[in-house]
Design a protein around this ligand. Structure first.
Ligand SMILES: Cc1ncc(C[n+]2csc(CCOP(=O)(O)OP(=O)(O)O)c2C)c(N)n1
Ligand SMILES: [Mg+2]
Length: 915
């Protein structure tokens, strides 16, 4: 195998094994390069080589692209645009922001409160944000529609400080930072959440970003969704831009990088990432021995992004212009991030000695400079002109997304104890001396006495409305369409489908056996046909449409692709041909659950971000839902998303043969931890119809709730019964309804089951009657979790309001007066069924599929876990025997009769179904 060296000088290199068809010509070219290098120096030769590469790319010669450039600004000083702002007022306003942001966090550390916050992150990114606020970010009233800005979570104090100065937040609220329930002023809560949390502050924050990595991927899918709405003709989003402000440490999250290729493939030029490269994360340097900016540059460029580096402030421009032989650039290129950080934690003398002093030519450049002058050389991310030039270029770039890599200092402006220190991220307050220096640096009208009087409460500084700085800032926002961030919810309403859309599914499947997955897909097909409503449904499918029988949707509603379909699909002559279209309705995300949830998040919050309610229906392989992307689903809940999660191929035993990493017996337990997720585990198609209808009414009806519905559906084909006359719709929706009343005399039991387990309970009821003379009522539990939540709520109300009459929960109303033991089962771990145990006392016994799944037949797997029909029978007999209602010997007889310990004797379950 060829070693890297022998593969040629350029990595992933030139094809060295090509024959040389004109050796003489080749050697002439090589000679002239040698000559140039010898006579004009390496720097000149390098320049020529780079120019040649540039030309070669222009001429499409197929040479490898350069992914890294020198550690200097991408936009040269002479190409910078004119700066349109009032620099002086903007600088003074930034100072007010710096002060108030730090003071808010500092005051939250006052004795007895001590709730913390972050100071250094915003200190490093204030200029990055302010150039955006003054010149780019569009508010909701802008004629082109508003921008969507993802703020770095830990920079929230800066956003609050701005809202405070703009008059959007009061001083009381600032003082309630991170005391969301306890900061009362005249009996009212006056508080602010720690980070961007739309659920806690729904008229302000739009995007929860503080779980690092979710901001970047969600921003990409938000930009994707904006184009989707546009290409489908649902909204003109051509003027709306998505901005994502990210940390350089955050870029190590897989979610931060894992969707970059999608953004370039889809040509998301409506998206700009701004990575705040302060070279530090929480504990210390991001790449002490390396260079995060160069690494990210290569990475993004390799993924097809437009990359703009903002490395140095304008003070460096004359030095770089004078750097004829490249000594300064060489120093810049070869200094590691760890050293850059240390420079800014020291002083001008240190920088002179340890940076410029490393080469006599660079030392000479600044020989007559004072230490202060050296110290004043800033990084690009703190120079509003450089930042403006980058944003301006990003906005004008078409055909690809842009990333701006901005070099900054963590803790900038906060003084020696903060700037560049490893601990700076976690420093939540300023010592008295630091406060005084900070005040001096910012020129704040605060006296020593004020600070000394109560060092925990340095005053906020808010000039009145007529102050030039405030007027300017507010005028800029007015011109750009109003405040940012702002979340609005008053949008258009959705006309829900009429009852007839549900009729076919309620009729059942006749003699045909169909799985509940299929029933659900049929229902959504019918809903899609609704003229007005149908267009609002957005099926989100990772690479599993065929598994779920959704390929039949391809030819009708088509797969969204901004490029359309420029090839002839291999199956073009088939009815179910693979169809992509620019106005396609299906979002096919590829094998990409993280991307799917990001897409769900953008679609499911469209009612707010775009004022257009859209209904995401994200259908996924059950196992790869809540456990793989649970955190993103939590963030979707924070973002007040609405829509349907469909966990298909659900259950620990139902997906035959797929084995332990596919057979999901626990997602409902995970989903139960998310308060915004309403889980249903329907057994029959008519239940699905009522649940989906209720979901649409609750999420998109007159008085919409900020919830998501989660349905688990199975791939086991069974006959779907028609909806029974007088079906208990309330019971279906509240979590429990009786589907069979046992006839005759004899000891009585109650059998509870959900999803595909309902068939086992029906089997058990038959066996109990036939073999043991026991009468069983059978209940379909559509939601163990909802039963529990309601029962807990009743308990809580009784606990806190002891005198009040509180109605029993549905669970107790339905089961409280029934007769006999209660035996429960499902295709999930026992904890699922145990959710209702505490209200049913010793009557209750649950079976469950605990442990890892495995590959086998359904009947064998159900027997192995002892959750099947015969296991229910034995459990019921045992409970009856405990009460003396059947003879104690029957339990052993039943175990023998059904060969309960023999997995080959299982009888519960069909074969077949897609997986
Ligand atoms: C998923 C996740 N893991 C860990 C954290 C904790 N955390 C908060 S901020 C931070 C460091 C951030 O560093 P960076 O992204 O470079 O941002 P900076 O503050 O330097 O701008 C960490 C680890 C988190 N918020 N989310
Ligand atoms: Mg950082």
């Amino acid at each position: 195998m060829a070693s890297r060296d022998s593969a040629g000088p350029i990595l992933n290199g030139l094809p060295t094994n090509l024959p040389d068809i004109d050796a003489e010509e080749t050697s002439e070219w090589l000679e002239s390069l040698d000559l140039l290098t010898d006579e004009q120096g390496r720097n000149r030769a390098r320049y020529i080589m780079l120019k040649l590469l540039e030309r070669a790319r222009e001429r499409h010669l197929g040479v490898p692209s350069l992914t890294a450039t020198d550690h200097v600004n991408t936009i040269p000083a002479e190409a910078e645009p004119w700066y349109p702002g009032d620099q002086d007022l903007e600088r003074k306003f930034r100072r007010l922001l710096r002060w108030n942001a730090a003071v808010m966090v500092h005051r939250a550390q006052r004795p007895g409160v001590g709730v913390g916050g972050h100071i250094s992150t915003f200190a490093s990114s204030a200029t990055l944000y302010e150039v955006g606020f003054n010149h780019f970010f569009r508010g909701k009233d802008h004629p082109g529609g508003g921008d969507q800005v993802f703020f770095q979570g830990h920079a929230s104090p800066g956003m609050y400080a701005r809202a405070f100065l703009e008059g959007r937040l009061t001083e009381e609220r600032m003082d309630g930072f991170r005391q969301e329930k306890s900061h009362l002023v005249d009996g009212r809560i006056e508080a602010l959440p720690s980070y961007p949390h739309p659920r806690q502050m729904p008229d302000f924050w739009e995007f929860p970003t503080v779980s690092m990595g979710l901001g970047p991927i969600n921003a990409i899918w938000q930009a994707h969704f904006n184009k989707y709405l546009h290409n489908r003709g649902m909204k003109d989003t051509s003027q709306q831009h998505v901005w994502a402000f990210l940390g350089d440490g955050e870029m190590d999250e897989v979610e931060s990088r894992g969707a970059l290729q999608l953004a370039s493939y889809e040509e998301l030029d409506n998206l700009t990432f701004v990575v705040n490269c302060n070279l530090q994360r929480l504990d210390g340097p991001v790449r002490g021995n390396g260079k995060i900016m160069s690494e990210l540059e290569s990475f993004f460029r390799g993924a097809g992004w437009n990359v703009i580096k903002v490395v140095w402030g304008r003070g460096w421009d004359p030095l770089l212009a004078a750097d004829k032989d490249g000594a300064l650039v060489n120093l810049m290129n070869t200094t590691s991030d760890g050293d850059y950080q240390t420079f800014k934690a020291n002083d001008g003398a240190y920088v002179r000695d340890n940076f410029f002093g490393r080469d006599p030519r660079t030392a000479k450049m600044i020989e007559n400079w004072s230490e202060d002058q050296v110290w004043q050389l800033t990084r690009g991310g703190h120079d509003f002109r450089k930042v403006y030039a980058a944003y301006d270029a990003a906005m004008k770039f078409t055909g690809a997304p842009t990333v701006i890599l901005a070099h900054t200092i963590k803790g900038y402006f906060l003084g020696q104890h903060f700037a560049g220190r490893n601990a700076t991220h976690q420093m939540k307050k300023l010592a008295l001396d630091d406060l005084k220096q900070f005040r001096d640096r910012l020129d704040m009208p605060v006296t020593d006495a004020q600070l000394e009087d109560d060092p925990y409460r340095p005053p906020y500084i808010k000039p009145d409305e007529n102050d030039d700085r405030i007027r300017y800032a507010k005028e800029r926002r007015r011109a750009l369409g109003g405040p940012v961030p702002e979340r609005r919810t008053a949008g258009e309403s959705l006309k829900l489908p009429e009852d007839k859309a549900y009729a076919a599914v309620k009729k059942g499947s006749g003699k045909q056996e169909i799985a509940t997955t299929m029933a659900l897909v049929r229902l959504f097909k019918d809903l899609l046909r609704d003229k007005e409503f149908g267009a609002h449904v957005v099926p989100i499918i990772p690479d599993e449409a065929r598994t779920f029988g959704m390929d039949s949707l391809f030819p009708t509603i088509k797969i969204y692709s901004p490029h359309g379909q420029n090839y002839t699909p291999v199956d073009h002559d088939l009815m179910l041909s693979y169809r992509e279209a620019k106005n396609g309705q299906i979002i096919h995300t590829g094998i990409n659950e993280a991307g799917s949830v990001a897409s769900f998040t953008a679609v499911g919050s469209s009612y707010a971000t775009h004022g257009i309610p859209m209904v995401p229906v994200y259908i996924f392989y059950s196992m790869f839902g809540f456990q793989r992307t649970g955190d993103a689903m939590w963030a979707a809940a924070d973002q007040l998303c609405r829509g349907f999660y469909i966990g298909a191929t659900a259950g620990r035993t139902t997906l035959t043969g797929e084995g332990t990493q596919h057979m999901d017996g626990h997602s409902p337990v995970l989903a139960a931890t998310n308060p915004a997720v309403i889980w249903y585990d329907p057994a029959f198609s008519y239940e699905i119809a009522h649940i989906v209808k209720s979901g649409l009414e609750r999420m998109y009806g007159e008085d919409p709730e900020d919830i998501t519905f989660y349905l688990t559906v199975y791939n086991e084909p069974t006959v779907q019964p028609a909806e029974p006359e007088g079906v208990d719709v309330e019971g279906i929706l509240r979590g429990l309804h009786k589907i069979r009343t046992g006839e005759g005399d004899g000891p009585r039991v109650q059998l509870l089951a959900s999803g595909t387990g309902v068939h086992w309970a029906l089997e058990a009821a038959d066996l109990l009657a036939q073999d043991w003379g026991v009468v069983a009522d059978v209940w379909s539990v559509t939601s163990w979790t909802e039963l529990r939540r309601e029962a807990m709520d009743v308990d809580q109300r009784r606990f806190l309001n002891p005198g009040d009459e509180v109605e029993d929960s549905w669970l107790v109303q339905q089961l409280g007066d029934t007769q006999g033991p209660i035996v429960a089962t499902s295709d999930y771990m026992k904890q699922t069924q145990d959710q209702i145990a505490q209200w049913l006392g010793e009557r209750y016994a649950a079976l469950g599929a605990d442990g890892f799944g495995f590959s086998d037949t359904r009947a064998a797997a159900r027997r192995f876990f002892h959750i099947d029909g015969p296991s229910m029978v034995v459990k019921a007999l045992q409970k009856l025997a405990e009460k003396g209602e059947v003879d104690a010997g029957t339990v052993g007889q039943a175990i023998d009769k059904y060969r309960l310990l023999d997995v080959t004797a299982g009888s519960s379950g069909n074969a077949g179904g897609e997986s």
